[in-house]
Design a protein around this ligand. Sequence first.
Ligand code: EPU
Length: 330
Amino acid sequence: MKHQIPNTFGIQVYANQWLSYHSVEELQLFISEGQLKAPWLHIGAGSNLLFTKDYEGTVLHSEIRYIHRKEEDDRQVMLAVGAGVCWDELVEYAVNHGWQGIENLSLIPGEVGSAAVQNIGAYGAEVADVIYSVHGVDLYTGQVQSWSREECNYSYRHSLFKQPGMKHFALTEVVIRLSKSGIPNLSYRGLAEQLARSSSPCTLLTVRQAVIDLRRSKLPDPAELGNAGSFFTNPFVPSAQAEALKLRYPLLPVYPTADGRVKLSAGWLIEQCGWKERSMGDAAVYEKQALVLINRGHATGADIYHLSEEIIRSVEERYGVHLVREVNVF
Ligand code: EPU
């Protein structure tokens, strides 16, 4: 029987088969018994996916949910976390214990496995900063495999696991290392400013609350308005191109990076092209953050995809910058 695929865009799509597993052993059994038939797609909470049609294959989902304290000393703690744990529950757990490292990533939708695949990031932090190792299962053979943080090859919203040749691995456990120092990371100016506005002392709990307040003020709640957070990644361009653009558009926000390239704000480029609040049917650009595309009610995946194509075209035409989707399209 067809199974509806959960997704935060609120689009009704179905898969031929749905398999959820609660342990590595159960997943290995699905493989050895031949229940897992290709093609397959492994998903988390569906918070970074856009379906333009039904999925003619098997959707796999991890229900491995544990948080184990693996090792600790007086400076740090190592946690082994099941891939199916809700990301924000892990953040809340860490903050409540006074462990620092992921509080800036509060309220990001999704699950721990996908967080490690796409290297989620916000407010001056990314999950790669705390990852120690990642463990998974080869969906062809059922064999378990482990990768150190270095082997995961993390960069901005990217990892080894996003490469085409790696799609046959399902991540089952992520090991993270958190600090007991309690010293928050306030490198992101907007976060430091948000905290400065409140009279309460700066603790992990108040940082988490400030991040939650910031996100709620800028990003729509998927439970109320279908969306997948930032639809595009921020583009990186060579410094000469950024300089030329800055001469023409003096207000362009530019963020030079350590590798010599310059990061631009996709949200700014989209807004300047006049897209904010515009819609094509029920597919629209969010009024408070142009990087977010929303489903106002009855948009199809194809409607949202079509809107994203038009945005890419107009930004390219005006600024010569090619936007890349952060959301995975199927
Ligand atoms: N801006 C505009 N208009 C807009 C949106 C942004 O002009 O409509 C400009 C402003 O200059 C603003 C700057 O862009 O100062 C940066 O905006 P913001 O702080 O909202 O961050 P972002 O670069 O648009 C990124 C992440 C978000 C993350 C925030 C905060 C990506 C693709 N997105 O957005 O992550 O929450 O920074 O750190 O890197 C996500 O990935 O789903 C996500 C929400």
